[in-house]
Ligand binder design. Structure first.
Ligand SMILES: *Cc1c(COP(=O)(O)O)cnc(C)c1O
Length: 428
């Protein structure tokens, strides 16, 4: 190892043994990293092409105030998103407060009383349980008379096509497909798999709206779910597409009618996309989007590195050390609460902000178990920045993601390992 590198690692609390182990693991990852860089290159050019095609100009970077009529920067940004996702339209707004809000908005604006929502890929993300009303909540879809049905994945992770066929009925209006594993230990769906599922569903019921929860998936592959038949793709700007610079926001890209419904619900019937001042936020949305492909690549490298480190140490990791990646999340199952806490504390100690604080588990709104989160981020709660979280419940798995730069991601993983070593959980 480079002498200057080993010196600075040592100053930052990484022992020689931990650092050497990291370098050894890294030696085997050259080809993986080269492939990640190739995908980033394609996506970088895809973003650039969309910016150029829409003739984004300096004036687009300045926002509007008040009602926000004729906000050219906002309108062009939405056109840029639509071009990247190959959709008819897009809604990209700071008024969409987070990923859950974007998903709730897409669902609530496109479903009407008496309709049914189907999830053919098992239980959706924790926070959506209250949106749907799986766990009763004020204002849920259930309260508005929208029913829900769910078909779980098969034991081998495949789609239960028979079950899905049976579940589709006259009332089924919208199908929600979560690309990423979220807080589950299932595998993440590839865009290709999502395409197969959508074709199957549309063959049975062509008019059903297929929505994909795209959180954490953007720019991981060279195609997106909207390239394989999804009518709507939905996500958060404090994840991949914000590139770490967007301080808030969400997006919905899709069919004109779906996006229009969402816009009318976000602002007001009659107003739709025409209002919504962008204030001073647009330059961070544009620049973040521009950086998003390489930022996503850094996050992917960090995830692959982490999987290889922890698999070699005997922990169960998902995806495993060699698997193809379809999102930026890495799950590691530790089997005990202390290890989840030690891991998250190590990630926190590696952060550029708040590295001196110690995260502890707490009851977060929207989650049904205490969650520990490590997030020393420039943007509060941003999970495209190196972050880790784990619900304190069996199987005591930790999920980590992000890393705006690969050197930081690498350091964070080494720091997490050092924390486990220091607590006597990993024994050299
Ligand atoms: C993060 C995430 C959400 C919710 O996003 P928030 O911004 O945390 O509200 C929904 N679905 C998936 C798969 C996610 O990863």
């Amino acid at each position: 190892m480079d002498k200057a590198l080993s010196e600075i690692y040592s100053e930052l609390g990484i022992s020689e043994k931990t650092a050497a182990f990291g370098e050894e693991v890294l030696k085997g990852l050259k080809e993986r990293f080269a492939r990640i860089d190739e995908i980033a290159e394609i996506n970088q050019l895809k973003v650039l092409r969309a910016l150029q095609k829409n003739q984004v100009s300096e004036a687009c970077l300045h926002g509007t105030s008040g009602y926000g009529y004729n906000d050219m920067g906002r309108e062009k940004l939405e056109a840029v998103y639509a071009d990247i996702f190959h959709t008819e339209d897009a809604l990209v707004r700071p008024q969409i407060t987070c990923g859950t809000h974007a998903l709730a908005l897409a669902l609530m604006s496109n479903l009407r009383p008496g309709d049914e929502l189907l999830s053919p890929v098992g239980k959706p993300y924790d926070t959506l349980e209250e949106v749907i009303g799986i766990r009763p909540s004020k204002g849920s879809l259930a309260e508005y008379g929208v029913t829900y049905s769910q078909v779980d994945l098969l034991g081998d992770g495949g789609f239960d096509y028979d079950g899905i066929k049976k579940a589709l009925n006259d009332k089924t209006k919208l199908v929600t497909i979560q690309r990423s594993k979220g807080y589950q230990t299932r595998h993440t769906l590839s865009v290709e798999e999502i395409g197969e599922l959508i074709s199957f569903i549309k063959n049975i019921k062509p008019d059903v709206i297929c929505m994909v929860d795209n959180c954490y998936g953007e720019f991981v592959e060279t195609i997106e779910p909207s390239d394989v038949g999804a009518d709507m793709v939905v996500g958060s700007l404090i994840k991949n597409p914000g590139g770490g610079l967007a301080p808030i926001g969400g997006y919905i890209a899709g069919k004109k009618e779906c996006v229009e419904n969402a816009a009318y619900r976000l602002t007001s019937p009659g107003l739709g996309k025409e209002v919504g001042a962008s204030l001073g936020i647009l330059s961070s949305f544009y620049q973040g989007l521009f950086l998003a492909p390489t930022v996503t690549a850094s996050a992917l490298k960090s995830a692959v590195f982490g999987a290889n480190i922890y698999e070699k140490l005997g922990f169960s990791v998902l995806p495993d050390s060699t698997e193809e990646r379809y999102d930026i999340i890495q799950a590691i199952t530790f089997g005990k609460a202390e290890a989840v806490e030690a891991f998250c504390q190590g990630i926190q100690a590696a952060a550029p902000v708040d590295s001196h604080v110690t995260p502890i588990p707490w009851d977060m709104p929207g989650y049904d178990a205490p969650v520990i989160m490590a997030a020393g981020a420039f943007v509060s709660g941003s999970s495209i920045e190196l972050s880790a979280d784990g619900p304190i419940k069996p199987p005591y798995a930790v999920y980590f993601q992000g890393g705006l730069t690969w050197p930081h991601g690498k350091f964070g993983i080494l720091k997490s390992l050092q924390s486990l070593v220091d607590k006597g959980i990993v024994l050299w």
